[in-house]
Design a protein around this ligand. Sequence first.
Ligand code: BGC
Length: 732
Amino acid sequence: MVDPLSRDPSGLPEMLDHQPSTHFAELPASPTEDPEWILVEEGFTLAREHELESLFAIGNGYAGSRASLTEGSPLSAPATFVAGVFDSKPGSVPELAPMTDWTRLSAIIEGQPLRLDRGHNLEHRRILDMRQGIFWREWRHQDEAGRITRLQVLRLASLADRHLLVQCVTITPENYSGRMSVDATLTGPVIQVTGNGTTVAMAVSHRVMNRVERRTPSAEQVEGRQSFELKLGETYRFDRMVALHTSRDTVEPRETARRHVERAIEDVTGVIGEHRDAWLARWEASDLRIEGDPAAQRALRFAIYHLLSAANPQDDRVSIGARGLSGTTYKGHVFWDTDIFMLPFFILTYPEAAHALVMYRYHTLAAARAKAARLGYRGALYAWESADRGEEVTPPSVIAPSNEVVRILTGEQEQHIGADVAFGVWNYWQATGDDRFLIEAGAEILFETARFWASRAEREEDGRYHIRRVIGPDEYHETVDDNAYTNGMAQWNLEVAREIADLIVERWPEQWQGLSRRLGIEPEEPRRWQNVARDFYTGFDEQTGLFEQFRGYFGLEEIDLASFVPRTAPMDVLLGRERIQRSKIIKQPDVVMLVCLLWERMPPEVRKANFEYYEPRCGHGSSLSPAIHALVAARLGDTALAERYFRQAAEIDLADNMGNAAGGIHAGALGGLWQAAALGFGGLYLCGERPEHRANLPLNWRSLSMRFQWRARWHELTVPEGTESRNAEDAP
Ligand code: BGC
């Protein structure tokens, strides 16, 4: 057995570069063989089980399932989540509700349970087939009596019909005939009513070989116990199909699910084929191809696979949580990760999904208004952590490892989220030219967030507007004044709101009438936004070209991060909360983030000076950090440094280099990785009237090519050759 923990020198887990010797012939599909499209895990190491459950998770934006072993292991933690379905227990914040495990199937052969921790595992391999959106498993097991059984699994969440989940399992007795009993009993109810009042119905159908057994949803568990006489060398196939419907999408979830699964089970092969075609079509639009660096290629496909698995253009009342639907960390909550880190990928390659994400912010505007009002301000302030309704769901405190109760201040103080949402909305509109969205939803978000800043910022004696008591992206420093990122983005938000107001007045005067009346915008209000923006304090020092991250930052203690290398824990753990607050060490890009987002507004020497100052002081305590450093370093032309950061970003999930992939894949970091490739190395700029590119490819990348949609036309970027455009109608 290959040691699954062996790593190649790049630090990425060893992945097969040869074609896996798979024999999935009895299943209705077969795995992709090209190593750049698959992730292969050989063997079995119990301690890594949770991490693999995350990495190999399947999803379609409606539902997601972790890649747990069907028969379970002492550490298996199977979980299926449905987007927007939260549970809230009294006294705690809402969290994604785990659904009943539909994947369970255990076999007992002649009284011996077929388990990885019993007998000998002659072969065990799991494959994440990113191209087809399928999780595969192959296992040859020998029990103590010498009986060899082969088991194969295919599992998917249909991308063609998002309510369907499919699992096919084949069992082959290779050197014996004997009695097998299979238990596929569901361990929980098929009808669940969650704490937020959502009813979820799971209708299950089994098919054993050619016999179909239907289980209509009822409040009871689904029984799935059966016994068979196995004949030497014959393959037995167990198909399970689940239709999931909730009261969020239908008034009759139970009936709808029942009818749906009854229809679908009749043609398992067809369902799998349509799913596969849907993935292939998605990849046509969303793939990013690298020649010359197979590890980077696979890492990018892994990023794209998980981003696509988390998106659903058909539901604009849900968004993507920090860990997608692949794990429980952050409870399924939505952060700025979505608007700033993931959204650009969707805007450019899957605008329909991007539209749903920005509309989620529109549908949660009422909660954002309520939050601003609660804090005593006008306009709207989005929740730092948001769930189904957009209310602030950041937990108020956590218990630290020291058993101390630590208050979490981000929910109140990480107010830059308001401008981040506005930035995502503006970016979406800019890139798509979706004027209807702007008029019907986007402008309202831009105005209400700007209004918040205009009432939040206070003019002080120096005649400048200041924002005190906030947390910037760098969460190591709390309750700071004049955070450069917050102020810079607030200023941007105010200016853009004014520009959009002017644009609507000019181009759509009738709509302006309606909108301004509804929102109570006085004729002089947009001008006031502009004036506040003009007089904003930014912390910029003309002498050095540096932004001070917040008031007093430059006077803090210098700590040489290099002296901590190699390090196994985040800097806040090594130094303690208090010491880190007194130091210049930052958790993640803050001024550099501002430079990255407002690139076009910054003179080249300012971009460079700030990156050079802050980069050595960044501890990368957030998974969002390395990719942004890669992007900015690439744009500044430091390709070697960019490549180092790109690799670090790629390893967050693939090599679990932060030690927390067990809680789900890092969707924001994966979006960042894509941006580092497309906007950093590919050098795509989308701020002007037409897309441009200034590529900075790493030495061994022979080429980078991708498609992207800009103002309803598809473009082709091929570096080193150039860009080409064609009409959206010819799109994939
Ligand atoms: C980061 C935030 C991020 C959150 C969720 C935190 O550790 O500091 O920027 O939004 O994780 O990914």
